[in-house]
Design a protein around this ligand. Structure first.
Ligand SMILES: [Fe+2]
Length: 260
């Protein structure tokens, strides 16, 4: 299993506080059946700035350390980038990282709304050859109220990542309900842990996939796991549209009729 959204790097955001916690998280990942994680520390969220070169260097150091310790987990580099003014320019200045050097960029929305600038940002990212993956849309209250807001972004080329803890109820019943609704609507393309620590917010990826298998069927598990691998290999992601195992909603069918 591959986990594309984790806060495993030591001491640079609200994830692993130090190297010991990083090692504990790495061992927990291996126990969960994970073979590679992308380290995605917060960037530009108003609290943390973790520039590309520092993250890349630290991820390489952690990867090397795990190798020396005999912990069979690869650590790749990325960032969880909060949508902000000047994001495309920051990419051009080399301050941002995509996920493991791929075309995919992990984008965090504010928790309350979708900024008006999102449409323009998606256009600018497309011009730069980048594809946004929206981190945990189930925790955005505007999307929770109206999942069609996410559907519009997906129809315009974005992908979406749900968090294992959301599916398992770790963020409360409301977020749990939204997470499953988005999965069932075919608006989720990847499942990740967003792991921060070994106490409160570990991986729980295996458990989430088990529940997905039970509730939605094994084809969903294969679909999500395949997309996580495709991110690391920088391959096109499988789309839900046209997939027989994912139900389309009436709104997506309506949009599809408009798009040639
Ligand atoms: Fe995160």
């Amino acid at each position: 299993m591959i986990d594309i959204h984790t806060h495993i790097l030591p001491g640079i955001d609200d994830g692993a506080s130090d190297w010991e916690e990083t090692l504990r998280l790495a061992n927990a990942a291996v126990e969960d059946g994970i073979t590679a994680v992308i380290a995605t520390p917060h960037h530009a969220n108003g609290k943390y700035l973790n520039a590309a070169h520092e993250v890349k260097q630290l991820a390489e150091r952690v990867d090397k350390r795990l190798n020396e310790e005999g912990i069979p987990l690869r650590v790749l580099h990325g960032q969880e980038i909060r949508i902000h003014d000047g994001l495309p320019e920051a990419w051009e200045r080399g301050e941002l990282l995509s996920l493991s050097g791929s075309r995919y960029m992990l984008i965090e929305l504010p928790s309350s709304h979708i900024p008006k600038s999102m449409g323009e940002l998606m256009h600018e990212l497309a011009v730069l050859g980048l594809v946004p993956i929206i981190a945990h849309p189930e925790r955005n209250s505007a999307i929770a109220r109206d999942p069609r807001l996410l559907e519009e972004l997906v129809m315009r080329g974005a992908f979406a990542q749900v968090t294992s803890h959301s599916l398992l109820g770790g963020f409360g019943r409301g977020v749990e309900r939204t997470a499953w609704t988005l999965c069932r609507s075919g608006l989720i393309h990847i499942v990740s842990s967003d792991a921060h620590d070994t106490n409160r917010r570990g991986f729980k990826l295996k458990e989430a996939y088990q529940v997905i298998g039970k509730r939605l069927g094994e084809s969903y598990v294969d679909y999500y796991q395949s997309n996580a691998s495709r991110i690391v290999s920088d391959s096109p992601l499988e789309l839900t549209r046209g997939e027989s195992h994912v139900k389309s909603t009436s709104f997506s069918r309506f949009l599809r009729r408009l798009i040639p």
